[in-house]
Design a protein around this ligand. Structure first.
Ligand SMILES: Nc1ncnc2c1ncn2[C@@H]1O[C@H](COP(=O)(O)OP(=O)(O)OP(=O)(O)O)[C@@H](O)[C@H]1O
Length: 711
């Protein structure tokens, strides 16, 4: 099944809501489908009903097409009066809140547009149509609101016939004459033709149209009937009473709210004056029906009318397509409103500031299926149009009304005062007092402004001089580093100046913050500023009456910042007060740290320069024990050797004798060494240890066989 999704294209999938992300301020054109029953002519022709309404859904099926609308009326769906209740009544209500509205009936010829709209209303006749119900509702509502507002109602009724606008309420309509082969032609008698104009506010108006003031429902009904009778109609094969023009019945509702003085006698708030003057229009449009000459059997005049009707409807279709295309709308694409008078007149209603309802009328007869499908597609596209309703106020009239109400309020106050309020003399005195207070207030404000200007100027000067000084310092540094004057001039351009300025400002801000923090942290350092001193050192930090106080810069300079302090201030004192705490504390802290580190160093040096005697004593005692042990061991060794020597002495071997001699020699040396060791025991322990160990080592290396030494 083909589903119509409101984009003008057919798709297999049904999309319930084709409009998504628009702002809340916009409102989609509402589309209602009205399916009239089969009429006698269709029954006679043996036509069959080809439209099915999906139960419980605002959806219809025709052939293999499916369409969804905002509302569906007619036949078994909903009885006709509901069209007004559901779709049009809210628009009438909106009219009383200043919102323009449009109800537009569209459809094939003979589909029931005039019937639905009630454009063919006659006094005493059926009141089923939309327009009669609108009229009744408006007057009923006015009746209930008459104590709150004054209403004024005007109506106009025009038709667009063959691209000409006719005033259906013109008391002196132009006479007509028959033109051979061309039908009837209007002969203008004095009155200029009606013109479409666009006001500066973008509102579309008709110049030269009759706007009839109406005071009652009957009067309005009479105008509607009069216009209906004046409207061009003709008989075709499809409708014996076919409308040959697009008709627009416009109701203009003006209201001026009556203002009630507050019961408690209090002052009115601005809200009390809101919406005091509103003016809104309701257009009720009964379009001529689209038709096919082949089916209507139109020829001659009727055929020409049909061509114009279709041309106007085509232009309307193009406007609807342009407005319904979301992409085009977002890109602000061209909307061809000027292609026809109909579209130009409906500019506010389609894509403008109006609340709009389109009623698509269709015949259920299968012979009209093709036209019905076209109508449904057309209407479905209209659902994509977004309007932006706005309240219509006349600012000038609103202002006048506000002033009038204020005058009334003051008169009431005067009456009240005369009745028992304060005496005239008291009132005069109070008035004088108020005037005097107001004048002195003005003076003070002026002085304040002047002081602010002065502060600003001084701040600027301070900033400039700071920048200049820094620039010079940079230059000086660069000169010292060997740059020439030419290089300096090239290097420091305007941009550098600006950059410097930025830095200086930033530095000032940071310094200010820092000072505030310090100030908050060490309140004891702060003492209130002394009276201004006469010291000559106050050149830059001179006392400035009413000015803001200075902030210490990097190098202790004072920069003025407005709005932080006011009064007569000695800035040198302030500078000292703000400088001292921070510097002193910094130095103290540094000194403490240095002391601490010195102490640490001293301790380390002491440890190395004067070793602990106890530890040393233990160390050498241990060494002595070891040496004693070694001495004992050596003595044992000597004993052994002596024994061996004796056993050798009894032998006769020459080699043994030689060896013996060598051993004896060595033993002597050993003896000498041991004696020497005994002697050095009285020497310092370190020397003892050294001499003993080195002596013994040499001895053993020389006399002992290697294997004995390693054991
Ligand atoms: N809801 C309805 N119930 C009964 N009859 C209806 C209904 N709607 C329309 N008709 C009848 O259908 C016929 C055509 O209606 P109408 O003149 O309103 O059509 P139209 O769309 O205005 O035609 P045209 O565009 O040619 O003016 C009329 O005889 C009318 O009485």
């Amino acid at each position: 099944m083909v589903m119509e999704n409101g984009t003008g294209y057919e798709s297999e999938a049904f999309e319930e809501e084709s409009i998504g992300d628009e702002s809340e301020a916009t409102q989609a054109v509402q589309v209602a489908l009205n399916i009239r029953p089969l009429i006698a002519l269709e029954r006679v022709q043996g036509c069959r009903d080809c439209i099915t309404v999906v139960p419980g859904e605002p959806q219809v099926q025709i052939g293999h097409h499916s369409f969804t609308f905002d509302y569906i009326f007619g036949r078994a769906a909903t009885p006709l009066p509901s069209i007004f209740d559901k779709c049009v009544k809210p628009l009438v209500e909106g009219l009383f809140h200043g919102y323009n509205a449009t109800v537009l009936a569209y459809g094939q010829t003979g589909s029931g547009k005039t019937y639905t709209m009630g454009t063919g209303y006659t006094v005493g006749g059926s009141t089923e149509g939309v327009i009669p119900q609108v009229m009744q509702t408006i007057f009923k509502r006015m009746e209930t609101l008459k104590h709150k507002a004054d209403f004024q109602i005007r109506v106009s009724f025009i038709e667009i016939l063959k691209e000409e606008i006719h005033d259906l309420l013109d008391p002196n309509p132009p006479s007509t004459e028959y033109i051979f082969g061309g039908g009837l032609k209007a002969l203008a008698v004095g009155k200029p033709p009606i013109q479409i104009r666009e006001t500066t506010a973008g509102e579309i108006t008709l110049m030269g149209v009759t706007e009839a003031d109406v005071k009652s429902l009957e009067e309005m009904a009479a105008y509607l009937e009069h216009g209906s009778l004046s409207r061009a109609t003709g008989s075709t094969n499809m409708n014996s009473h076919s409308s040959r023009s697009h008709a627009i019945f416009t109701i203009t509702l003006e209201q001026r709210r009556k203002w009630d003085p507050l019961p408690d006698g209090g002052n009115p708030s601005p809200e009390d004056f809101n919406e005091d003057y509103l003016c809104a229009k309701l257009h009720l449009v009964d379009l001529a029906g689209s038709e096919r000459a082949k089916r209507t059997g139109a020829d001659g005049l009727r055929f020409k009318e049909g061509v114009h009707i279709n041309r106007g409807l085509l232009a309307l279709g193009n406007v609807i397509s342009a407005l319904g295309d979301e992409k085009k709308r977002r890109e602000g694409g061209h909307v061809p409103y000027r292609d026809s008078k109909l579209t130009r007149l409906l500019q506010d209603s389609l894509g403008g500031n109006s609340r709009t309802v389109m009623i698509a009328c269709v015949s259920p007869a299968d012979v009209n299926a093709e036209e019905s499908i076209n109508t449904l597609k057309y209407a479905n596209r209209a659902r994509n149009i977004r309007n932006k309703p706005t309240v219509n106020r006349d600012p000038l009239a609103a202002e006048m009304l506000r002033m009038r109400q204020q005058l009334e309020l003051m008169q009431a106050e005067l009456l009240c005062a005369r009745a028992g309020g304060p005496s005239n003399t008291e009132v005069q005195m109070l008035k004088q007092k108020v005037a005097w207070l107001e004048a002195s207030n003005m003076d003070l404000q002026r002085e304040l402004e002047e002081a602010r200007d002065r502060i600003e100027a001084i701040s600027r000067c301070a900033l400039e001089s700071q920048v200049e000084r820094d620039t010079l310092r940079i230059k000086l540094d660069q000169l010292r580093s060997g740059k020439t004057f030419e290089e300096l001039d090239q290097g420091l351009d305007v941009q550098t100046d600006d950059l410097l300025k930025e830095y200086v400002i930033r530095i000032q801000e940071l310094e200010s913050e820092l000072q505030q923090l310090q100030y908050a942290r060490i309140p004891s350092y702060y003492s209130p500023p002394r009276p201004p001193s006469t010291s000559s050192s106050r050149s830059r930090g001179e006392s400035i009456a009413g000015a803001g106080f200075g902030v210490a810069g990097i190098d202790g300079d004072i920069y003025l910042r407005p709005g932080e302090f006011s009064g007569d201030i000695d800035t040198d004192d302030l500078r000292n007060q703000f400088k001292r705490p921070s510097m002193q504390e910094k130095f103290d802290k540094e000194l403490r740290e240095i002391d601490k580190r010195l102490e640490q160093k001293e301790a380390e040096i002491k440890l190395f320069v004067r070793p602990d005697s106890k530890v040393l004593q233990q160390h050498f005692e241990k060494k002595l024990v070891e040496l004693e042990e070694e001495k004992t061991h050596l003595q044992q060794e000597r004993g052994k050797l002596m024994m061996e020597l004796e056993s050798f002495a009894h032998g006769s071997d020459r080699n043994a004798l030689k060896f013996q001699e060598a051993r004896l020699q060595k033993l002597k040396q050993l003896k000498v060494q041991m004696q020497a060791q005994d002697e050095v025991e009285d020497e310092p322990q370190e020397l003892q240890m050294w001499s003993i160990t080195s002596g013994l080592k040499g001895f053993f290396q020389e006399i002992m066989p290697r294997n004995l030494l390693n054991r």
